[in-house]
Design a protein around this ligand. Structure first.
Ligand code: F6P
Length: 522
C-alpha cells in the first residue's frame, strides 16, 4: 500500500467511526475527563527572586477537550495519521532549523528565539536579545532623553503580536505608553499622535522586509509630525525592527538603533524577536524574558511529547476532526478575559495566513478543506451578541474558551466569579442543550467546545498560550501535508494596488467606475 493509500485508509476509518453524542461519550467512559484533559506547568521564573527567596511559581495551564467528540478510537487513528504524515520527521526538521518552508527555501526558527532549536540559531537569538535588552535598558535609563510614549508602526505579523501582548500585560500600568499603528488609513496614526507628546515620543518602525507600503508611509508621516513639532532630528527618534537591517540604515536609521532579526523568523511568528521591542519597553526586558520562557516550556513539550499526549498535536486532532470529518467551516475562540480581547485577531492571522492554502507541500492540489475561518471575541460580551447562533443556529462551530483563574483587576471578586461561571456555563449549555416542546425554546446541545484555563495571565502564561497555538497550527499543517510558513496569497492585491498607483493598468468596468468615482482615475 502506498503512503497515500495508507493516509486515505486512515481518513476512511476515521469517517466510519460511530458518532455518539457528547452526553453519551461521558456516560460511556468514566475516565473521559482524565483521557482528554491535561495540565502543563510553566515552572519557576528564573528572573523572579522574591523577598523570601522562594522562586516565583509561574503557574500552569489546564487544557480540556472532553467536551469535544474525540474519544480513544479517534486518538488512536489520528496517531496513525500523524505517523503516516511523518509528524516526528517534520517536527525534527522544524527544531533542527531545516528549510521546512520549502517554497521560500527557508527554515522556520521562531522557537530558537525562545532558546529551543539549533545551537547556532539559539546563540544568534541570544546575542540579538542581548542587544535588544541593552537598548531597552539604555532608553529606560534616559539615553535618548525622556521617553514617555512609543508609537510602534508595523502591520500584520509586525503589529498584531505587540498589540496583543501590550494590551494583555499592561492593564495595571506600563513603563512607556505604547500605541500600535498598522492601517494605512491616516485615522490610525492620527489617533496615536493625538495621544502623544512629540518631545517625549519614540517611533518603532517594525517591518521584516522594510518595504511594506503601509508601514513605510506611516513611518514617514510620523517623522513629519515630529519635525513639524520641533524635533530637529526625527530619524534620531527611530528604532528599526527588521530582518533587512541594511534597508533600515539606507532609509536613515542609525545602525545603533537597528534591531535585526533572522530571515528564518516568519512575520506572523516574529513577536519573540526584536518585533517584541515595544513589549520589552512596556513591561521591561525581564518581563519579556519571562514571556519567552513560557513559550519555551511549550516548545519543549511539543518537541518531546509523543502522540496524543502532545497537546498542540491533540488540539490539531480535534481541529481536523471538525473540519474534515464534520464539515465545520469556522472555529471560534472566545477569551473570557478582557486582557485577551485581541487574541482572536492574532489567531486569525496565525492560523488563516499559515494554513489557508489549497496545495500540499509538493504543490499538488489538496484533497479536502484546509484551515477553517478563525473568528471569535471576548466573553461575556459575545454571549449577548453572537452566541444565539452557536446555541441554536444551523452551522457547526467548534468553540475554544480561554480564561484565567486569577482575576486581572482589584475590583470586587464577584466580577471574576461571574465571568468564570459564565464561561463554564456556556460550555456546559452548548453540550447539554435543553429539550422543549416549543421549537423556539429548544436547544439541540451536543455542540463541542474546548477550554484552556491558565492559573494567572502573567507574561509566561501569555507566551505559552501563543506558542501552543503556533504549534497547533504547525501540527495541523503536518496532518494536512501543507507548508504553513509561506503566504503567496496576499501578494496579488498588493501588486494590483501598486499598478493602480502607477496608473498603468486597465481594469474591469466595476473597478474602473469605482476608481473614477473616488477621483483615482487619470
Ligand atoms: O502581507 C502579508 C505580510 O507579508 C505578513 O505576512 C506580514 O506579517 C506583513 O505582511 C508585514 O510584513 P513586513 O513585516 O515585511 O512589513
Amino acid at each position: 500500500m502506498s503512503n497515500q493509500q495508507t493516509v486515505q485508509a486512515i481518513w476512511d476509518r476515521l469517517k466510519a467511526l460511530p458518532k455518539p453524542t457528547l452526553a453519551q461519550l461521558f456516560a460511556q467512559d468514566a475516565n473521559r475527563l482524565e483521557l482528554l484533559s491535561a495540565r502543563i506547568e510553566l515552572g519557576e521564573d528564573s528572573e523572579g527572586e522574591v523577598e523570601d527567596e522562594l522562586a516565583y511559581n509561574l503557574g500552569g495551564i489546564r487544557f480540556d477537550w472532553s467536551k469535544t467528540h474525540l474519544d480513544a478510537a479517534h486518538l488512536a487513528e489520528f496517531e496513525q495519521l500523524a505517523q503516516a504524515m511523518d509528524f516526528d520527521g517534520r517536527r525534527a526538521q522544524l527544531f533542527n532549523g531545516e528549510k521546512i518552508n520549502n517554497t521560500e527555501g527557508r527554515a522556520a526558527e521562531h522557537t530558537a528565539m525562545r532558546g529551543v532549536g539549533l545551537d547556532t540559531s539559539v546563540e544568534e537569538a541570544q546575542a540579538l536579545h542581548q542587544r535588544m535588552a541593552s537598548l531597552v535598558e539604555a532608553i529606560h535609563e534616559g539615553a535618548l532623553g525622556e521617553v514617555k510614549h512609543l508609537i510602534h508602526i508595523g502591520i500584520g505579523g509586525s503589529a498584531l503580536g505587540p498589540a496583543l501582548a501590550i494590551d494583555a500585560l499592561t492593564r495595571d500600568g506600563a513603563m512607556v505608553d505604547v500605541h500600535v499603528v498598522a492601517n494605512i488609513d491616516g485615522c490610525a496614526l492620527e489617533q496615536a499622535i493625538l495621544a502623544c507628546d512629540p518631545a517625549t515620543t519614540l517611533i518603532a518602525v517594525a517591518s521584516k522586509t522594510f518595504t511594506t507600503t503601509e508601514t513605510m508611509t506611516n513611518a514617514l508621516s510620523a517623522l513629519n509630525w515630529l519635525r513639524e513639532n520641533g524635533v530637529e532630528d526625527p530619524y534620531g527618534r527611530v528604532i528599526a525592527l527588521t530582518a533587512a537591517p541594511e534597508k533600515a540604515v539606507e532609509w536613515g536609521v542609525d545602525e545603533t538603533r537597528v534591531l535585526p532579526f533572522p530571515e528564518s523568523v516568519g512575520g506572523r511568528y516574529s513577536l519573540w524577536s526584536s518585533i517584541g521591542f515595544p513589549v520589552a519597553m512596556a513591561i521591561g526586558f525581564d518581563g519579556f524574558a519571562e514571556f519567552l520562557e513560557g513559550a519555551a516550556v511549550i516548545d519543549q513539550h511539543f518537541a518531546e511529547a509523543e502522540g496524543a499526549a502532545n497537546l498542540p498535536l491533540r488540539a490539531a486532532f480535534a481541529d481536523q476532526f471538525y473540519t474534515r470529518i464534520m464539515g465545520a467551516q469556522t472555529r471560534a475562540c472566545f477569551a473570557y478575559d478582557e486582557r485577551l480581547a485581541l487574541l482572536p485577531d492574532y489567531l486569525q492571522q496565525l492560523e488563516m495566513e499559515s494554513n489557508g492554502k489549497s496545495v500540499t507541500f509538493d504543490g499538488a492540489p489538496v484533497d479536502g478543506p484546509t484551515a477553517p475561518i478563525t473568528w471569535g471575541g471576548v466573553g461575556t460580551d459575545a454571549q449577548h451578541a453572537v452566541f444565539q447562533l452557536l446555541h441554536q443556529g444551523t452551522v457547526l462551530v467548534p468553540v475554544d474558551f480561554i480564561a484565567s483563574v486569577a482575576a486581572g483587576h482589584d475590583l470586587d471578586p464577584a466580577h471574576h466569579r461571574i465571568l468564570l461561571m459564565n464561561c463554564f456555563a456556556q460550555g456546559a449549555a452548548l453540550m447539554a442543550g435543553k429539550a422543549s416542546e416549543d421549537g423556539a425554546r429548544a436547544y439541540p446541545g451536543n455542540r463541542p467546545s474546548a477550554t484552556i484555563l491558565v492559573d494567572d495571565l502573567n507574561p509566561a502564561a501569555l507566551g505559552a498560550l501563543i506558542a501552543f497555538h503556533e504549534h497547533r497550527t504547525f501540527a495541523n499543517a503536518v496532518l494536512l501535508g501543507i507548508n504553513p510558513f509561506d503566504q503567496f496569497g496576499v501578494e496579488l492585491g498588493k501588486e494590483i494596488a501598486k499598478s493602480i498607483d502607477n496608473g498603468n493598468a486597465t481594469f474591469d468596468p466595476s473597478t474602473t467606475a469605482l476608481l473614477a468615482e473616488a477621483g483615482l482615475a487619470d
